[in-house]
Write a protein that binds this ligand. Sequence first.
Ligand SMILES: C[S@@+](CC[C@H](N)C(=O)[O-])C[C@H]1O[C@@H](n2cnc3c(N)ncnc32)[C@H](O)[C@@H]1O
Length: 359
Amino acid sequence: MYKGAFSMDSTPALSALLEAQKIAFGPMAFQAVRLLRNYGILECLDKNHNRRATSIAALQEQLNLSAYALKLLLRAGLAAQVVKLQGDDYALTAVGALLLRDEMTRVNMDFMHDVCYRAAFHLDEAITTASPSGLKELSQAATVYEGLAELEPAVLQSWLAYDHLYSDGAFKAASMIVFSQQVDSLLDVGGNTGKWSRYCLAQRPELKIGLFDLPRQVGLARRSLVDLADRCQIDFHEGDILSPHTRLPHGYQIIWMSQFLDCFSAEQIGDILRKAHEALPDGGTLYILEVFSDRQSYDVGSYVVNMSSPYFTCVANGNSFFYAYEDFQPLLSEAGFCISRCYDDLGLGHTLLECKKAQ
Ligand SMILES: C[S@@+](CC[C@H](N)C(=O)[O-])C[C@H]1O[C@@H](n2cnc3c(N)ncnc32)[C@H](O)[C@@H]1O
């Protein structure tokens, strides 16, 4: 029998040493487990579950892989506790089942591989230069947002799946809060492909919607909302929010920013909030939907948030991350806003801030 699983490391020092090795071998563990998933090995083990465990020979019959490849990957999977041994045969663990079926895990893994993996090699340069040095692995653009429309299709798909998974999950709960009052008009700043705007119009077809984004993203949004164009009032506003000449359009009762402010440095956020303050009428509301590192209810939420932040450094723009709520409070009050309500645990760990112009 192959004795590859860890079972005797019960002292705190050995447990800590094992945890340290998980980090040291992290890239290898990641790639081997990704192949266990992508080659269909986890799925085969899952299908054969009623037979309890599956032999290498049985896996070979079902998959076009050599015995060498199967043994190699399964032993790495044992180390990563994705599979377990029963006699000489292999079965899926609970972790393996999640890698196979859990949507958040799948989306995070694809995002890490397609968007972040090669770029992470440049993290040190990105930190020292405060620029997204790893982005050159994907695009020649200065920030990921400027290069988004030209990313390779598989990379763009993984980027969008990651972006949408987190924000979409919170949209339903957030919309119930936003539309619990009478709302005539809403400006979606950083509206991307227009998913939130579509969501709002599905519930309030009479709503006047504005979508503001970089010109290329507005192009994407126009195309994805084309079916609504003659039935609903949607105005598209192109602009770079960072340009000193850009003002946000006036005439909207609500300004909505979902997963937008985390794209910028604290100083830039201050400038953007001042632009929102200037554009909103008296009595208007700024809604900010974000994941905050200090408002996560579960350890898994904190882990995902803090491990996602280096993406902003080496891929996105070099100078932002998922902020803490306590980072935002002073920025809002300096821009003339006060937080009137704060709703936690929307979707997968989002917080919705309702902000009013301070009196
Ligand atoms: C992370 S996405 C969020 C998209 C969407 N709001 C959501 O919740 O899924 C950030 C959006 O901000 C836009 N953006 C980034 N930098 C910008 C800039 N300088 N000016 C205008 N929009 C910008 C991007 O193009 C992108 O659509």
